[in-house]
Write a protein that binds this ligand. Structure first.
Ligand code: IDP
Length: 153
């Protein structure tokens, strides 16, 4: 058992294109548990902290402009090995490499606007969840679900 939490964000292009429901559906049907979710606008300091590993890249300014340009749908999901599995579900950064069946493979057509973000490590997940939701803002836990085994429902 490697129960993990990760930070998943539908980016402004995904929100505008009506993909929030489709993305929630995929994670839900995979058997993962939604712990927190909020439609929010991201301010520049939060966006810069989120993408700090890219601060010296030439596209950093445009990336921050894009993420702060319109609402995002931020979520915390929990599940078995969810960090690795969610990255597989999301697909590669570039639309030329994202395979059909992945979220980006099915819906994204540019590298700059690629619909969704998902944490790439345990450390990033912790930092990103804290940045968007605060350390202790966990509203629901798996124990709150009335189902004994969600996957068999
Ligand atoms: P990831 O989102 O697949 O983890 P990262 O390399 O962490 O990819 O990059 C973060 C985000 O920065 C990407 O999702 C993409 O929107 C943007 N990005 C990455 N590389 C480029 C680039 O070469 N040009 C423009 N934007 C990029």
């Amino acid at each position: 058992m490697t129960l993990q939490r990760t930070f998943i964000m539908v980016k402004p292009d995904g929100v505008k294109r009506g993909l929030i429901g489709e993305i929630i559906k995929r994670f839900d049907q995979k058997g993962f548990t939604l712990l927190n979710a909020e439609l929010m606008t991201v301010d520049r300091s939060k966006a810069e902290y989120h993408y700090m590993e890219h601060q010296n890249k030439p596209f950093f300014g445009e990336l921050v402009d894009f993420i702060t340009s319109a609402p995002v749908f931020a979520m915390v999901w929990e599940g078995e090995n969810i960090i690795e599995v969610s990255r597989l579900m999301i697909g590669k950064t570039s639309p030329l490499e994202a395979l059909p069946g992945t979220i980006r493979g099915d819906f994204a057509f540019t590298k700059e606007e690629n619909v969704i973000h998902g944490s790439d490590s345990l450390l990033s997940a912790e930092r990103e969840i804290e940045n968007f939701f605060g350390l202790l803002k966990k509203r629901i836990s798996k124990d709150d679900f009335p189902f004994e085994d969600r996957k068999s429902v």
